[in-house]
Design a protein around this ligand. Structure first.
Ligand SMILES: C[S@@+](CC[C@H](N)C(=O)[O-])C[C@H]1O[C@@H](n2cnc3c(N)ncnc32)[C@H](O)[C@@H]1O
Length: 211
């Protein structure tokens, strides 16, 4: 397969993953070319947009932040550029974490599946952030339970969700249930605009964690 076809096929397969084993094989194969492919070829701006929002809303640059589905570390790099110094990363795929490690901006990198209670203590983080992971065929609304467990009461989660998945996959209903249970307050939902050159849009979801 030519480099060109291989890259296109990764991007096109992004929303067709069938569970963790498939995701592991897919991202292990994509890890080495993910950054060039997403940033240069497809104009991915999700990590920079997310980091801009976090930098506006979180004055304490020493806060402990967990980057969920950190991948190769694009969000961590953008947070570090805005002065954040305590960022950990969590991801399902070791090859992606290996790339994230090379950035040098993460304090700790953890391998784990958000949907299967990763081995991290409850209330460990002041805030959680995530880009590109709450999307089709990746993590759905049920992943929010673990976000709320990992963030301390009084902390916040800043999630950049795929806008189509946000509407189609039942995030609104899940957030209402969590609000009724006094686990969260939905502080903001904001249109993030286009995340990629093809026009795919994002929705920012900002949660105040109470639990
Ligand atoms: C599209 S990439 C986004 C990576 C990075 N946040 C970015 O914006 O470039 C999605 C990432 O989510 C990770 N992922 C998918 N399902 C996951 C799960 N259940 N738990 C943890 N990470 C997961 C993948 O391994 C992959 O690195």
């Amino acid at each position: 397969m030519s480099d060109d076809r291989e890259r296109r096929s990764h991007f096109e397969r992004l929303y067709t993953l069938e569970g963790p084993a498939d995701a592991e094989a897919f991202y292990a194969d994509w890890a080495a070319t993910y950054d060039a492919d997403m940033l240069e070829r497809h104009g991915y701006r999700g990590p920079a947009l997310l980091a801009d929002l976090v930098a506006e809303r979180v004055p304490d640059r020493r806060a402990w932040i967990l980057d969920i589905g950190c991948g190769t570390g694009l969000v961590g790099v953008e947070l570090a550029a805005r002065g954040f110094v305590h960022v950990d990363g969590l991801d399902l795929v070791q090859a992606m974490l290996d790339r994230a490690s090379r950035t040098g901006v993460y304090h700790r990198l953890l391998k784990g599946n958000l949907l299967q209670r990763p081995a991290v203590n409850a209330d460990r983080y002041d805030h959680a952030v995530s880009a590109g992971t709450f999307t089709h065929a990746h993590v759905g609304p049920d992943g929010l339970d673990e976000v709320v467990r990992l963030v301390r009461p009084g902390g916040r989660a800043f999630l950049l969700c795929n806008a189509g998945a946000f509407v189609d996959d039942g995030y609104g209903e899940k957030l209402e249930r969590m609000t009724r249970l006094h686990l969260i307050t939905l502080a903001e939902t904001l249109d993030a605009g286009p995340l990629l050159d093809d026009g795919r849009r994002g929705t920012f979801v900002v949660l105040d964690v109470h639990r």
